[in-house]
Design a protein around this ligand. Structure first.
Ligand SMILES: Cc1ncc(COP(=O)(O)O)c(C=O)c1O
Length: 384
């Protein structure tokens, strides 16, 4: 007997950590089990091994692991002594953590607009924001370019502006770890880089985690001190204000296994993104990667005419296709941040993008059949 009730298709995961886990098989269990045997849950040998491998992967002299991407950003500002009266320039179109850490140290975030094609910091808007900060009597101190959705910011333009204005450069590659700019991996640019190992990130652990990259030998002992309550000769001598910022040994052990397959996963993510681009370019604005960059596709984000994305999200949801909106409210419009200064033009691109973007499922295990389901559903919903 045939049913007249249309069966809902099985829901597609937005990010598929389960398939990755199956691929890694017993390796994760064995890595965790080794930690459970040696019991060095904090500062165990896997932490130092991971730091060495992360630094080599990124092409940085040093990697300092820590408890989250947010802590990574905060620890760098703390180690640099960024303080009240200092201006730190952040893109408005980003996850809140980029700017959140700035008031933690008493400094002022100054919001900068982004570019409409790459969604990353607009160098001209950065120059405008520096002028605004000076007019407001702030001391321009640092800039935080963000590698949004997995693509590095325009470092060729931002680094010289930073140098000309005496700004430290803190690269936020929470979403872009593994991506390249002019053939070099993120983590090897600027004065220091922060990344995140939150489970949904391209390289994620099984909880919270993060890392800092730098070539600055003198910064490393300061970061390590900040990570352990501002310790001097030991934890019981406190020479600065610090935090509990360490990465758990179990997370380091898990990350070591995941790092071993990360390059292969980046290639799979890139292939999926290219496939989406080819299949969707005629029905929506597909993401653009700068020819100097490669992306790790933390998100695959399309743009639609203002006011139409909620209908797309609803239509896709009915077909078991999840979507997400990163970010619905730009930082300079957020209630907790709207009183901070911004580059003088109202940040029109950040405002426009926040009304137009929507992200589709992407991960290294998105097989062609599943992706075809997403593509067909998007095309149907957009009337193609
Ligand atoms: C751009 C950006 N910066 C910082 C963070 C903070 O990382 P975490 O969640 O590990 O604290 C995230 C991710 O959540 C992010 O996307």
């Amino acid at each position: 007997m045939t049913s007249h009730v249309k069966t809902e298709a099985a829901p597609i995961p937005f990010i598929d950590v389960a398939t990755q886990r199956a691929r890694l098989g017993s390796r994760i269990d064995e890595a965790v089990s080794r930690v459970l045997t040696h019991c060095r849950f904090v500062n165990g040998p896997e932490v130092a091994e991971l730091e060495a491998k992360l630094a080599a992967f990124a092409g940085a002299r040093h990697a300092v692991s820590c408890a989250s991407g947010t802590d990574a950003l905060a620890m760098i500002l703390m180690a640099w002594g960024v303080k009240a009266g200092d201006a730190v320039f952040c893109p408005s179109f980003t996850f809140c953590a980029t700017a959140e850490v700035v008031p933690w140290v008493g400094a002022t975030p100054v919001f900068v607009d982004v570019l409409p094609d790459t969604f990353n910091m607009d160098p001209a808007s950065l120059e405008a924001a520096i002028a605004v900060a000076r007019r407001e009597g702030l001391n321009p101190r640092a800039v935080i370019p963000v590698d949004l959705f997995g693509q590095p910011a325009d470092l060729d333009a931002i680094l010289p502006i930073a140098e000309a204005n005496g700004l430290k450069v803190l690269c936020d590659t929470a979403q872009g770890f593994g991506a390249t700019w002019n053939g070099r991996r993120t983590g090897s640019f600027g004065d220091a880089t922060a990344t995140s190992f939150f489970p949904a990130k391209p390289l994620g652990c099984y909880g919270d985690g993060g890392a800092i990259f730098t070539d600055d030998d003198a910064l490393v002992p300061v970061l390590k001190s900040v990570r352990e309550h501002g310790q001097g000769i030991d934890k019981y001598e406190n020479v600065r204000i610090g935090m509990t910022g360490r990465l758990d040994t179990i997370q380091a052990a898990i990350l070591l296994e995941k790092l071993a397959i990360f390059e292969d996963e980046i290639a799979a993510r890139d292939a999926a993104a290219r496939r989406y681009n080819e299949a969707l370019a005629d029905v929506c604005t597909v993401p653009v990667v700068d020819p100097r960059a490669s992306s790790v596709w933390a998100q695959y984000t399309i743009r639609l005419p203002h006011g139409t994305r909620d209908a797309l999200a609803a239509a896709l949801q009915k077909e078991g296709v999840p979507t997400a909106v990163y970010y619905r409210i730009p930082m300079h419009r957020q209630p907790a941040y709207s009183h901070y200064p911004a580059a003088g033009n109202g940040l029109p691109v950040s405002e426009q993008l926040s009304g137009e973007v929507i992200s589709l499922p992407i991960h290294a295990y998105l097989d062609a059949a599943t992706q075809d389901r997403v593509i067909a559903a998007v095309r149907r919903a957009l009337g193609a």
